[in-house]
Design a protein around this ligand. Structure first.
Ligand code: NAD
Length: 271
């Protein structure tokens, strides 16, 4: 389905690793809607993933960049503006990683240099991306910047570990930077709080199968898929949402406002 909602718009998409990635689905949908973009990921992900296939399919250039490196980000932004032929209209930050989660260290047994690395990659990188775009004046007026979050920023999900704190920080950066980007450049900044989704990052969280199944039974509309997230992002990149900014927007089938559902109750009620 295409409505050419992004015809003539240019952008950067961070974080497409493989076809399960939310950023991968978003890139495919942006392409269908007429947008053009540069794809980027950490240099190491170039070797692990299959981003070149996506680039070929969508007619995009790939520029490796570690999102924690200001030098890489500056080159990425400068080259993207040049390759795409003008300032940018949209940016997707779809990046997350916790070393403590990866190495199985619990929330009460953090190795703090790992915690710091995770914060830098998952949250501060969003500030770095926006500061680079802002200082380079690389966004067009009425442009749109989106990052992806999870509701562990508001509620307790014990196995989400230090990523919960990183998402709270990410959402705060969206509001704080969104103020300055809105006031000075008329650019909007939002986060989408997405359902659990079976991707490399998602499946890396301990107990993922349990909490994706739980969320599915708790949500009146069921879990939002990666494609649902891509479609929501398209609306936020389009001109139909020009004054939506500083928001954390739930794309979760209703999960975030539920207390309990019949499907969950059935499992606990004795006959
Ligand atoms: N999967 C879920 O259940 C879920 C739910 C809510 C939100 N999210 C968020 O969605 C976003 C995308 O994750 P995904 O689920 O598509 O998984 P994914 O593993 O496909 O994507 C994560 C991406 O982050 C990239 N990355 C890691 N370190 C980087 C660095 N230093 N520089 C640049 N890129 C780097 C990885 O290479 C990868 O492409 C993340 O922010 C994640 O936290 C995921």
């Amino acid at each position: 389905m295409s409505n050419q909602l992004l015809q003539g718009k240019r952008g950067i998409i961070f974080g497409a690793l493989d076809p399960n990635s939310i950023a991968w689905k978003t890139a495919e949908r942006v392409h269908e809607e007429g947008g053009t973009f540069v794809l980027t990921n950490a240099p190491i992900a170039m070797r692990m993933g299959t981003i070149n296939e996506l680039a070929e399919k969508t007619g995009s250039t790939v520029i490796p960049a570690d999102a924690t490196s200001l030098e890489d980000l500056q080159k990425l932004v400068d080259q993207s503006v040049e390759i795409l032929g003008g300032k940018l209209d949209f940016v997707l930050h779809s990046i997350g990683m916790s070393v403590n989660v990866r190495k199985g260290r619990s929330y009460t047994d953090q190795k703090y240099d790992w915690t710091q690395k995770g914060t830098d990659v998952s949250a501060m990188s969003f500030h770095k991306v926006m500061q680079t775009l802002y200082k380079s004046d690389a966004m067009n007026e009425w442009g749109s910047i989106v990052a992806l979050s999870y509701m562990a920023a508001q509620r307790v999900f014990p196995d989400y570990n230090d990523m919960a704190d990183n998402k709270a920080y990410l959402e705060s950066i969206a509001r704080s930077f969104g103020y300055f980007f809105g006031r000075d450049k008329k650019v909007r900044v939002n986060t989408i709080s997405q359902s659990p989704t079976p991707t490399t990052a998602g499946k890396g969280v301990k107990g993922f199968d349990g909490f994706i199944a739980y969320a599915e039974k708790m949500s009146p509309l069921g879990n939002a898929t990666a494609l649902d997230c891509a479609n929501y992002t398209i609306t936020l990149f389009s001109d139909l949402t020009k004054r939506v900014t500083l928001q954390n927007l739930y794309n979760d089938g209703g999960f975030s406002n539920m207390g309990v559902s019949d499907a969950i109750m059935e499992r606990f009620v004795e006959d």
